[in-house]
Design a protein around this ligand. Structure first.
Ligand SMILES: [Zn+2]
Length: 290
């Protein structure tokens, strides 16, 4: 039975706060850091800021030494470490190429030579991405709906979060520089868009029928990895095309929690969830996760 990395399975739990354990970290600062804000030292001044909501603008405001130390302390625990891991890069590249999937370094998108593919700060990303892909059914990395994985860079309209488009899973700047938890959640969510694209017409129709029951009872699970859990719930309730990839992420990262959640509902909602679960179970070649 394939097993997701501990970091992925941890998505089932609330995002534990580091306030109190990281010196100088306040709840407000922690919120900022989780949403991609950082404290930098630039031109003789400490500044807090960064991208706004994954978009193209950034705002910087004056900050100070304690906030800078809090950022470094927070990043040490929750952030993506900038570390080398050429072995993990080689393994990921081999894994992807043997399945016909192209790896793109978004910071050098125009330049397709191999020597621009490797980024020395992305050791963690290479290793965790490989572990996630290996824990998925073999066909999820082989199908026509997943042909390219892009790490870094920006998207159309200066998007900096993540996206799925034209069989490409894009993990932009915000996703590769923020919290580890955000990266793994977004990676599975975007791979979930590939799954959504792979469902055929009749599957979509059945899923949508049951989705309507679930929406009527507001019975969706929220996972805290980008904004709060409630925001992710509202997102799924409003947009069917976002519900499907989020369920993919939930199915793969927290099967146990999802099965418990389904069981605690009245019969009509439970039946709708079970029908959806069954379609995903088939899509995952019968694999059920812990
Ligand atoms: Zn999405």
């Amino acid at each position: 039975m394939p097993c997701m990395p501990a970091e992925v399975r941890d998505l089932a739990n609330p995002w534990r706060s580091l306030v109190g354990s990281v010196p100088g970290l306040t709840a407000e600062l922690e919120n900022e850091f989780r949403f991609g804000q950082k404290v930098i030292f630039f031109n003789g001044l400490y500044r807090l800021g960064g991208n706004i909501k994954g978009g193209s603008s950034s705002i910087w405001s004056p900050s100070n030494v304690p906030a800078y130390q809090a950022y470094c302390g927070w990043k040490d625990v929750d952030g993506i470490p900038a570390e080398e891991n050429p072995a993990a890069f080689d393994e990921l590249l081999t894994f992807l190429r043997s399945r016909g999937v192209k790896l793109v370094n978004g910071n050098y998108y125009a330049c397709e030579q191999d020597d621009h593919l490797y980024c020395k700060d992305w050791g963690y990303l290479y290793a965790i991405t490989l572990s996630v892909l290996r824990a998925l059914p073999e066909q999820h990395a082989e199908r026509a709906e997943f042909r390219t994985l892009q790490l870094g860079g920006w998207g159309p309209d200066c998007a900096k979060g993540s996206a799925y488009d034209d069989a490409t899973v894009n993990m932009y700047e915000f996703a590769v520089e923020g919290a580890r938890r955000t990266y793994v959640g977004l990676l599975l969510h975007e791979l979930g868009h590939a799954q959504e694209a792979a469902f055929d017409g009749p599957q979509h129709a059945v899923l949508y029928e049951h989705y309507k029951t679930i929406v009527a009872h507001k019975a969706v699970l929220g996972v805290e990895y980008l904004l709060d859990a409630e925001t992710r719930r509202i997102y799924q309730l409003r947009v069917f095309e976002e519900f499907l990839p989020e369920v993919y992420m939930i199915y793969a990262s927290q099967g146990e929690r999802l099965r418990r959640y389904m069981a605690e509902h009245p019969p009509a909602v439970r039946a709708a969830w079970q029908a959806i679960y069954e379609i995903y179970r088939k899509a995952f070649d019968g694999i059920e996760y812990a």
